[in-house]
Design a protein around this ligand. Structure first.
Ligand code: ATP
Ligand code: MG
Length: 431
């Protein structure tokens, strides 16, 4: 690239001589007689070097260097001066000139000065680029450090949550295990004589403890699967009324024991997109909570309605003691039984955590509305699905009708619902 030099000298002969000499050495030169004209040229054109006389009419060389560098901080400036004004030349260097040349000058002196100034300019530009890149790196490093700190905090929190979970879990395991061991030891002991009714009672206690442990281990396994992303869900069209009825049948005996009336309303053909087995698990969890935390002779109302926005809402309303705002804020925390720890109702405080995860995994939402003293409504939404069409039976014409065929009824395969073909794993309500 050709180097462009702007020469400013009010002595025309000297200015032209300089332009010619430097031009002959490969530089592209522009000669001007005043600082004002030079500044105008610098505004419109780009130059690498300014070679200015110190003594100029109007704005002198020092002021020109200052103004020129304000326009282009990368511009290399060299001052030309007579023997008598070296102190002014030094002053020019203080305002940004890189060097000075004493008049009268020889080409052998000017050329090395100019190339030194241009080299300094090149190094300065390179330096500025490196500094900018360093600054960018520093900013990126600070950002990466912040991300790292955040990730570390998250990992520490997750670790802490795991430790808390494990210590709660070992506590939850220990209580029923101790009961099972204690009653089993009494039963096998030859020293401790037990009556038949006592034997039955102790065996019953062992069963209760074992069931509690089984439910707990199922819930912990579900949570582990959900958290590791290993929980595989079906996305079938499921008829809600059927699922609600199956859950009602399972939970009703519990409700009747406490004189609680369980009612359910749901449009007959309303369907949701869900995993049938997991939907049952969700509804049973909510229904058994509604029974456990209800008052004696209370009521449970299950309502299912299409929301009109492509979702279906299932609400389980009870007439229990209700949950305060603080209790609602602490819901869905593993093993947090919100004050029911010492109560009559059995549980481990995992049901709602699993329920919430399952509903969300099926593309829905779980929420709660509760008033102290009046009761609680847990509601969930799920994506609505087109109604499941029940298989219709068609009778093919028989030979007597004059056609070849069979009289056996066959299913119309185009209308077979996937839901009807899936096995329904056993789900038991909470004890
Ligand atoms: N319908 C409800 N009315 C009032 N409180 C409720 C209701 N449902 C849940 N809770 C409160 O929330 C807590 C957590 O419920 P969750 O179902 O997760 O656990 P749990 O019923 O204690 O045990 P389990 O793991 O057997 O379900 C309960 O212990 C209870 O205090
Ligand atoms: Mg529960």
């Amino acid at each position: 690239m050709t180097i462009r030099i702007l020469i400013v000298d009010d002595e025309p002969a000297q200015m032209h001589a300089l332009c010619d000499t430097l031009g002959a050495h490969g530089y592209e030169t522009t000669g001007l007689a005043s600082s004002e004209a030079a500044l105008q040229a610098l505004r419109t054109d780009s130059y690498q070097l300014l070679l200015a006389d110190l003594m100029l009419p109007g704005m002198d060389g020092i002021a020109l260097v200052q103004a020129a560098r304000a326009l282009d901080p990368d511009l290399a400036c060299v001052i030309m001066t007579g023997e008598g004004s070296i102190s002014s030349a030094v002053q020019a260097m203080q305002v940004g000139a890189l060097d000075y040349i004493l008049k009268p000058f020889r080409v052998s002196v000017i050329l090395p000065v100019l190339s030194r100034a241009l080299e300094t300019r090149r190094l300065r530009i390179q330096n500025a680029l490196l500094e900018a890149r360093l600054r960018e790196h520093a900013v990126r490093l600070v950002r990466m450090n912040d991300d790292l700190r955040l990730a570390q905090q998250q990992a520490e929190r997750a670790n802490q949550a795991k430790s808390t979970f494990l210590s709660h879990l070992s506590h939850e395991l220990r209580t029923p295990l101790n009961a099972i061991l204690g009653f089993a030891q009494i039963l096998v002991s030859e020293k401790l004589i037990t009556t038949e009714p006592q034997k039955r009672q102790f065996a019953g206690n062992i069963l209760t403890g074992a069931r509690h442990l089984l439910k707990l281990s199922n819930e912990v396994l579900d949570l582990a699967k959900i958290e590791s992303g290993r929980l595989l869900l079906e996305h079938d069209a499921v008829t809600v009324a059927d699922v609600l009825e199956e859950c009602r049948v399972l939970v009703d005996p519990q409700a009747q024991l406490r004189g609680i009336l369980l009612r359910s309303t749901c449009p007959e053909h309303l369907c949701v997109r869900a995993d049938r087995m997991r939907l049952k698990q969700v509804v049973i969890n909510l229904l058994s909570n509604a029974v456990k935390y209800n008052r004696e002779h209370g009521a449970i109302n299950v309502q299912c309605t299409p929301s009109g926005q492509g979702t279906v809402r299932i609400a389980v309303q009870d007439t229990g003691c209700g949950l305060s705002a603080e209790q609602q804020a602490a819901l869905y925390q593993p093993f947090n039984r919100l004050g029911q720890e010492g109560g009559k109702q059995d549980g481990s405080g995992l049901g709602l955590v699993v329920t919430k995860h399952l509903v969300e995994k099926m593309g829905g939402e779980l929420g709660v509305v509760s008033t102290i003293g009046l009761g609680t409504t847990f509601w969930l939404t799920l994506p609505q699905a087109a109604p499941v069409v029940v298989p219709t039976l068609a009778v093919l014409p028989t030979a007597q009708d004059g056609h070849v065929g069979t009289s056996a009824p066959v299913a119309d395969t185009s209308t077979v619902a996937s839901e009807a073909t899936r096995p329904d794993p056993a789900i038991t309500p909470n004890p």
